[in-house]
Design a protein around this ligand. Structure first.
Ligand code: ATP
Ligand code: MG
Length: 402
């Protein structure tokens, strides 16, 4: 790892981040060395539009925030300028500008202009107006880099549009994302701007829209935390909250490193794993139910029967052995992709920022966003019925893992 990146990682690891859903519990930011290193290596080498996706709550926003803030604290990023716009449902909630190595007073106007650009984004804009408002910072930056001595030589500019899908969902759908990303790519080229415009998204429909950009953009995948780091966070949070007897192995097999789910378990379910798992089972059931409703399939049992038929023939065709819900046999059908139960790994040209764990819930082309979805569906498949509870799911895990 480069020395500069190593220092940045150290600073990031010194930071605390909120355990979402639990008021006032903060945990250390963990892992992500490989992600930061790969991200910066590409930023230095390439320019253009990047779609950053990954499971919901995997840590995309946190990674972008801590990188952007961290580069200000360590030396070695004097060639970098990092701007992050955090979207909420109806507006940009936060605009954050990092220009390491300058006296910020001397570039106050530029910072103000970049921050003000956030105010121009609203639900009332036409699609054309919205695209215009979103490329504005890039145009501003490319001019500032040329005209201002303090900013000369900033070859690595990152502009993050974080959680842009949250806004676009309210705005009227994700189709406009393709147009926005296209316009952004064109502006970067026309202005010969050394900019990487990063759109972080997590809804599958938004990912698909971004995927249609084709060769005009790059796609990066960020995964949940790896096992060791996840277990460290679990122990840290359990320690702060004074809960004993936490089964970190079981939690890995249920959450697969997803920190949002850990927050939900701690905050909403008071660490009651079975109650949390019951909620997870309901999400899977609801996805299948929604599939049946739209297609006028008379019962959810019939949807499961179809899933099993489809899965068996795919498992046969791909040589996956007995069908137990393998992601590459289920392939995101039956609403599982749309409802963000599963995730597609085969986006054209996708670069894995993270190493994916070698676990049964992760396939080559598809994965479950968290393992609990896999085990819940597997329990249903093995029983031939959607009526399974937390104990059934935990039994399936224990049977398969021991
Ligand atoms: N590396 C990490 N170490 C510890 N906690 C983390 C880490 N990354 C993220 N978290 C925590 O995980 C939770 C989810 O993170 P975050 O909001 O960044 O996910 P996301 O991928 O952006 O979610 P969404 O899909 O909704 O956009 C937060 O509580 C955050 O503090
Ligand atoms: Mg996010």
């Amino acid at each position: 790892m480069g020395e500069v990146i190593g220092r940045l990682i150290d600073v990031m690891h010194g930071r605390l981040v909120p355990l979402e859903g639990v008021k006032s519990v903060m945990v250390h930011f963990r892992d992500r060395e490989g992600e930061v290193e790969r991200f910066y290596a590409d930023v230095r080498r390439l320019r253009g539009v990047v779609t950053l996706y990954g499971p919901r709550g995997a840590g995309k926003s946190t990674l972008m925030r801590l990188m952007g803030e961290g580069i200000r604290e360590v030396g070695g990023f004097e060639d970098t300028l990092f701007v992050r716009y955090s979207f909420a449902e109806v507006m940009i909630e936060e605009a954050h500008v990092s220009i390491p190595g300058v006296n910020e007073g001397s570039v106050r106007e530029v910072i103000n202009a970049l921050e003000d650009a956030a105010n121009g984004v609203s639900l009332n804009l036409s699609p054309f107006g919205l695209a215009g408002a979103l490329v504005k910072p890039i145009i501003l930056l490319s001019r500032a880099i040329r005209s201002r001595a303090e900013l000369r030589g900033r070859d690595n500019v990152v502009v993050v549009y974080d959680d842009v899908d949250k806004f676009l969902r309210r705005y009227g759908g994700y189709d406009v994302l393709e147009a926005i990303a296209n316009a952004t790519a064109d502006v970067i080229t026309e202005h010969d701007a050394p900019v990487n415009a990063v759109f972080t998204v997590s809804d599958q429909a938004a990912v698909a829209a971004a995927g249609r950009l084709g060769s005009k953009g790059r796609v990066y995948l960020l995964w949940n935390l790896p096992r060791g780091a996840f277990e460290d966070v679990v122990n840290e949070a359990a320690g702060i909250m004074n809960v004993g007897n936490v089964d970190t192995e079981l939690l890995w097999n249920l959450m697969g490193g997803n920190m949002r789910e850990l927050g939900i378990l701690a905050g909403n379910y008071n660490w009651d794993v079975k109650a949390w798992l019951q909620g997870v089972i309901m999400r899977v059931t609801a996805a299948l139910e929604g599939y049946g409703r739209v297609r006028e399939i008379k019962s959810i049992s019939e949807v499961l029967a179809r899933l099993i038929r489809k899965g068996k023939s795919a498992a046969d065709a791909y040589g996956l052995g007995e069908f137990v819900g393998q992601p590459d046999a289920v392939e995101g059908y039956f609403n599982l992709l749309e409802e963000n139960i599963m995730i597609y790994l085969g986006m054209p040209g996708c670069r894995y920022l993270s190493e994916l764990p070698r676990e049964p819930w992760v396939g080559g082309r598809f994965a479950y966003q968290i393992p609990a979805y896999y085990w819940a569906l597997r329990a249903m498949i093995e029983r031939g019925s959607v009526n399974v509870d937390s104990d059934d799911v935990i039994k399936v895990i224990n049977k398969s893992r021991n």
